[in-house]
Write a protein that binds this ligand. Structure first.
Ligand SMILES: Cc1cc2nc3c(=O)[nH]c(=O)nc-3n(C[C@H](O)[C@H](O)[C@H](O)COP(=O)(O)OP(=O)(O)OC[C@H]3O[C@@H](n4cnc5c(N)ncnc54)[C@H](O)[C@@H]3O)c2cc1C
Length: 549
C-alpha cells in the first residue's frame, strides 16, 4: 500500500466495530471509533461470546471433518433464496483468516467448543458433532487498566466469572466451579463469554492506540460528490464534523425502533433483548444517501419471557434451553401444541408469525410454556437458573390440576387435558409424531444433559401437579437487515454500485445469513468477518481483490 494512511471512522463498538477497527489499523489506517452508549461493547458484551466460523483453524484438533464446500452446501441449503452465494462464499473465505489474524496479533484468542452441534445439523453439510463454534477463554479485566469498568455488563449473565464450559451447553457434566476458583477469578476480574470477547478486542484496540469515544452518537454521513467523506457526531450535546476517507457502520440493528420494525419486519417482534441504543441509526444514515437495502424482514429471533425488573433489569429472560427440557410443552390459545418446542430459537421465530387465515389473527400469540412439578423437582425454574425443587417465583401461574390451569389461561374446555394426554402417549412411545421433537441433534443437546444423545433428553410426560404456565413472547437478539454490501462490505447504492467510502458490518448490514442461524455463534461471526474485510478494504488493502473493470 502506498500514499498517506487512510482515515477510517468506525461507528459502534460491538464485535463488528472493534474487529473492523483492528483490521483497518493493521492494514495501515489511522482509526477512530465512536460509540453512542456510555460504555463499550454493545450487545456483543452482553452475549455468550460464541463465534461460528466454518473451517476455523481449531477444527484441526477435533475429530471432525469440515470443508469450505461442505459449509457452503449447508448455508445454501438453508438459504430459501435469501443468501447471496457470493456473500456466503466471502464469509467462508474470510472467516478463518479473521480468526488467524486476531490470534496472531494480540490478546484475542479462541478455543473450540467440542461437540456443540450446528443448529440444523441434519441438513446437508451440517455438523452434528460441532467444530465450527469457538469462544474466548476467560480474560482478566485488570489488563484493561483504566478501561476495566468501561465495558457494558450483561443483564443476562450477571456473574461474569463463568464461561460456556462451566455450563451444560459447553459440556454435558461440567465440574461445578470451586469457590476458591471463583474467588481467584473475582480477584483478577476474570470474565468469560461476551465480556471475554469484548475485553480482548478492546485490549487489542488500546494496544494499537485506538481509544473508543463513548457517549458519541453518529447522526449523519458527510458526502462529497456522492462519496462518504466524514460523519457528524454528537458528543456532549455538540455536533462535530469528523473528516474521514471511509466510514464503517457497525451500529447494530433497528430492533429498538418501533417505526422501522413496523415498516420492515415479517411479523410481530415485541421483545428485543439487545442493547437499547440499537435504534437503527446506521440504517437511517445509509438510507438517507441512497443505499440499497436487503434482508429487511429478518431478525435473529428469540422466544422470551417477561419478568419483573427487580429480577432482571431488562424485564425479560431468554427462553432457549428451558423449552427443550422434558416435562414441558408449549400451547397456543386453542390449548394445542403448535411447534417442536426444542427447535433452535431463531427458527422458532416463524411459529410466532403464523397467521390463522379464518380468524385473521396470529395463530400462536399468545402462547405458553406449560410444565409440571416433576420439571421443577428435576430442573428448577430453568429460565432463571433455578435450583431443582425450589418453587418457581410467585409470579409464575400455578394450578393444582390441568383443568384449573386451562381455565385460568382462558383455553377451550378439555383442550389442554387432551393435548397433555396425547403428548404423554407419544412420550411413552418414544416419538413426537406431531412435531418431531427430539429428532435433531440440536434438540437433544439443549435438553436434559443427563440424557444427552437420546430422545429422553427432551421427551418427558407432564403427570404431577401442580402445573405451571408462563407466557412466551416473540423477541429477538437483534435485526439483521440493512444496507446491502458487496463481499468487501462496501455499501451498495440503489443501482448496485458501491458507495465510495461507506461500509457496513454486523447487524446493521443486510446479513449474509438470510433467515438462517448456522450454529452457536452464528450472529457475532458474520459481524466480525465482514468487520474484518470492511476494515481491510477501507484501509486500502482489500481482502478480496476485484478484477479490473
Ligand atoms: C444474552 C445474549 C446472548 C447472545 N449470545 C450470542 C452468542 O453466543 N453468539 C452469537 O453469535 N450471538 C449471540 N447473541 C447475539 C449477538 O450478541 C448480537 O447479534 C451481536 O453481538 C451483534 O453485534 P454488532 O457488533 O452488530 O452489534 P452490537 O454488539 O449491538 O454493537 C452495536 C453498537 O453500536 C452502537 N451504536 C448504535 N447507534 C450508534 C450511533 N448512531 N453512533 C455510534 N454508535 C452507535 C450501539 O450502542 C452498540 O454499542 C446474543 C445476544 C444476547 C442478548
Amino acid at each position: 500500500m502506498t500514499g498517506p494512511a487512510k482515515r477510517v471512522v468506525v461507528l459502534g463498538s460491538g464485535g463488528a466495530g472493534l474487529t473492523a477497527a483492528i483490521a483497518a489499523h493493521d492494514a495501515g489506517a489511522q482509526v477512530s471509533v465512536y460509540e453512542k452508549h456510555g460504555q463499550i461493547g454493545g450487545t456483543t458484551a452482553w452475549s455468550g461470546g460464541m463465534v461460528w466460523i466454518p473451517g476455523n483453524p481449531h477444527e484441526a484438533g477435533l475429530d471432525v471433518e469440515d470443508s469450505r464446500e461442505k459449509a457452503l452446501t449447508y448455508l445454501m441449503g438453508l438459504s430459501h433464496d435469501m443468501i447471496p452465494r457470493d456473500m456466503a462464499e466471502a464469509f467462508l473465505d474470510a472467516g478463518p483468516a479473521m480468526i488467524r489474524h486476531l490470534e496472531a496479533n494480540g490478546p484475542v484468542q479462541f478455543r473450540p467448543i467440542p461437540d456443540f452441534p450446528d443448529y440444523h445439523a441434519e441438513h446437508p453439510g451440517g455438523m452434528p458433532r460441532g467444530g465450527r463454534s469457538l469462544d474466548c477463554p476467560l480474560y482478566p479485566f485488570e489488563e484493561l487498566g483504566e478501561w476495566r469498568d468501561r465495558v457494558t455488563r450483561s443483564p443476562y449473565y450477571p456473574d461474569p466469572r463463568y464461561s460456556i464450559f462451566d455450563t451444560p451447553l459447553g459440556q454435558a457434566r461440567p465440574e461445578p466451579v470451586a469457590e476458591a476458583e471463583l474467588e481467584r477469578r473475582a480477584q483478577q476480574d476474570e470474565r468469560g463469554s461476551g465480556q471475554a470477547l469484548i475485553g480482548r478486542l478492546l485490549r487489542a484496540c488500546l494496544d494499537r492506540g485506538i481509544e473508543p469515544v463513548t457517549s458519541a452518537r453518529a447522526l449523519r454521513l458527510v458526502t462529497e460528490d456522492g462519496a462518504v467523506r466524514g460523519v457528524m457526531v454528537e458528543i456532549g450535546g455538540h455536533e462535530s464534523s469528523i473528516a474521514a476517507d471511509a466510514v464503517i457502520l457497525a451500529t447494530g440493528g433497528f430492533e429498538w425502533d418501533d417505526e422501522l420494525k413496523r415498516a420492515f419486519l415479517r411479523g410481530p417482534m415485541t421483545h428485543p433483548v439487545s442493547i437499547q441504543t440499537n435504534t437503527g441509526d446506521g440504517l437511517r444514515m445509509a438510507m438517507r444517501i441512497g443505499a440499497q437495502l436487503g434482508n429487511m424482514r429478518e431478525a435473529w429471533w428469540m422466544p422470551v419471557h417477561e419478568v419483573p425488573r427487580e429480577d432482571v433489569s431488562t424485564g425479560v429472560v431468554l427462553v432457549a434451553g428451558s423449552r427443550a427440557l422434558p416435562r414441558s410443552i408449549m400451547i397456543n390459545r386453542k390449548g394445542r401444541r403448535f411447534v417442536n418446542e426444542a427447535a433452535n430459537y431463531n427458527a422458532f421465530g416463524a411459529a410466532f408469525h403464523e397467521h390463522d387465515v379464518s380468524a385473521f389473527d396470529y395463530a400462536n400469540l399468545p402462547c405458553w410454556l406449560v410444565f409440571d412439578q416433576g420439571y421443577i423437582d428435576q430442573y428448577g425454574f430453568g429460565m432463571m437458573g433455578g435450583v431443582p425443587g425450589e418453587p418457581p417465583p410467585q409470579w409464575v401461574m400455578r394450578a393444582d390440576g390441568l383443568a384449573e390451569l386451562a381455565q385460568r389461561l382462558g383455553l377451550p374446555r378439555g383442550a389442554l387435558e387432551q393435548t397433555v394426554e396425547r403428548w404423554n402417549g407419544m412420550v411413552a412411545g418414544g416419538r413426537d409424531e406431531d412435531f418431531a421433537r427430539g429428532e435433531a441433534a440440536h434438540d437433544i443437546w439443549w435438553g436434559d444433559p443427563d440424557h444427552r444423545g437420546s430422545v429422553s433428553a427432551t421427551l418427558g410426560p407432564l403427570e404431577h401437579g401442580p402445573y405451571y404456565a408462563i407466557e412466551i413472547k416473540s423477541g429477538a437478539l437483534g435485526t439483521k437487515g440493512g444496507p446491502k454490501t458487496d463481499r468487501n462490505a462496501r455499501v451498495l447504492n440503489v443501482d448496485g454500485a458501491p458507495i465510495d467510502g461507506l461500509y457496513a458490518a454486523g447487524n446493521v448490514m443486510a446479513s449474509a445469513m438470510g433467515m438462517t442461524y448456522g450454529g452457536p455463534g452464528g450472529t457475532i461471526a458474520p459481524g466480525m468477518v465482514f468487520g474484518f474485510v470492511a476494515g481491510r478494504h477501507a484501509a486500502g488493502d482489500p481482502f478480496f481483490v476485484e478484477a479490473a473493470a
